[in-house]
Ligand binder design. Structure first.
Ligand code: PHE
Length: 386
């Protein structure tokens, strides 16, 4: 199963919960919910997408794609970043974006964290790796601090991409052999999109990842809008060399499963994946693709908060704090006003918070209580509430 299969002892979970705040607390809670749902035998939209993807890769000619999904989501800095050539000053490494457990360990921010170990094991020349990943981020209908990714890797012996053996650096990336790998990557992923969505309009653009070169992003057209669905590229030769696979060339991609499920099933809010509401859960049976039938939404409650920020203010800390207090009831946090008072030399920010529950009506009193708590606790961030 895709859901939360780490075997951390409970005490350890509890300690981590305290230190990591929202992200880890939610992680533990979701693990429990996942178990319950599995017992009831209900399917989930995310699992359906994952099965469809696996089904597609199993149907391809070439080496069999081995499936990994039981890795511990707590990984080392080496696995998540160093092995992937992500430089020390990369913003993704910062504690404002990533849930650190210790200085050396963290909740993986992407499934690429397992690329190198699977390359090094030499078990398979093609594999998929699925799991839950964690990021501190903004709060809106498509962002949630925990979500699922699926990674795919396909290797080719250097003699299969003829002549690739002696090629390095720019000579490799501008070679016809590299283009061969990139073309295989693109046609494979285009096939995947057609498998998931039927014939869809697609568009490729150049992207950048330290662990692939060249790198690309794939977008599909959905209801008249272009939506980014995945990042990918030709695996950087240094990543292969560091994993003792200098004898191979290959490609890799990573995609977000909730994002694809939202498109395929027309699920309007990412928080729905985490409700136990039978009106949601009951709509998804294993293997069945059906558009989500929306049920009535409860009314939102809007609250604004404004404060002077200190110099070292970190926006994600504020989002995290609000989630810590109100949990999934926070639907959206939006910066609606910002100005600097030249005389004071200070900057003020004003945020609008949308509170809305997915499964009940909120009372004004309870939202006021949450907002009051937020106004007090936010001072821990060194801000001055206005
Ligand atoms: N890990 C990247 C991300 O999370 C996606 C990716 C995977 C890009 C593999 C290239 C190759 O955004």
């Amino acid at each position: 199963v895709l859901e939360y299969d780490t075997n951390l002892p409970y005490v350890e979970q509890k300690t981590l919960t305290l230190e990591l705040g929202w992200g880890f607390r939610s992680f533990c809670r979701k693990r429990r919910a996942g178990r319950q749902r599995n017992k009831k035998g209900q399917g989930f939209s995310v699992r359906i997408i994952r099965s469809l993807i696996q089904e597609y890769f199993a149907s391809l000619d070439g080496p069999e794609f081995k499936v990994y999904d039981a890795e511990d989501p707590i990984v080392t800095v080496t696995q998540c970043f160093d092995d992937l050539r992500i430089p020390p000053d990369h913003p993704g490494r910062s504690p404002s974006d990533t849930y650190y457990v210790t200085d050396e360990t963290l909740l993986r921010t992407h499934t690429s964290a397992h690329q190198s170990e699977h390359l090094r094991s030499g078990e398979a020349d093609a594999f998929l790796c699925a799991g839950d990943v964690y990021r501190r981020d903004e709060i809106d209908s498509s962002h949630y601090p925990a979500f699922h990714q699926l990674e795919g890797v396909r290797l080719f012996p250097t003699d299969e991409v003829k002549g690739a053996e002696g090629l390095t650096g720019d000579d490799w990336t501008s070679s016809p052999e590299c283009k061969l790998v990139a073309d295989d990557l693109k046609s494979t992923l285009e096939g995947l999109m057609d498998h998931l969505f039927g014939e869809t309009e697609k568009r490729w653009s150049e992207d950048y990842f330290p662990f692939t070169t060249p790198s690309y992003e794939l977008e599909i057209k959905y209801e008249g809008r272009w939506l980014e669905v995945l990042g990918c590229g030709v695996i950087h030769e240094e990543v292969l060399a560091m994993s003792d696979r200098g004898d191979r060339r290959g490609w890799a991609f990573g995609l977000g499963l909730e994002r694809l499920a939202m498109i395929l099933f027309e699920i309007p809010d990412i928080r729905l994946f985490w409700t136990d509401d039978p009106r949601f859960v009951g709509q998804f049976k294993e293997g069945k693709i059906r558009k989500f039938v929306p049920y009535s939404k409860y009314p939102p409650v809007y609250k604004d908060i404004a404060f002077w920020i200190p110099e070292d203010y970190v926006e994600n800390d504020f989002y995290e704090l609000a989630r810590g207090i109100a949990g999934d009831i926070v639907e959206r946090m939006e910066l609606i006003d910002e100005f600097t008072n030249a005389k004071k030399g200070k900057t003020s920010k004003c945020y609008r918070i949308t509170y809305r529950s997915m499964d009940r009506s909120l009372t004004n009193d309870e939202v006021d209580a949450l907002q009051d708590e937020l106004r007090v606790k936010v001072e821990d961030l060194g801000v001055e509430v206005r």
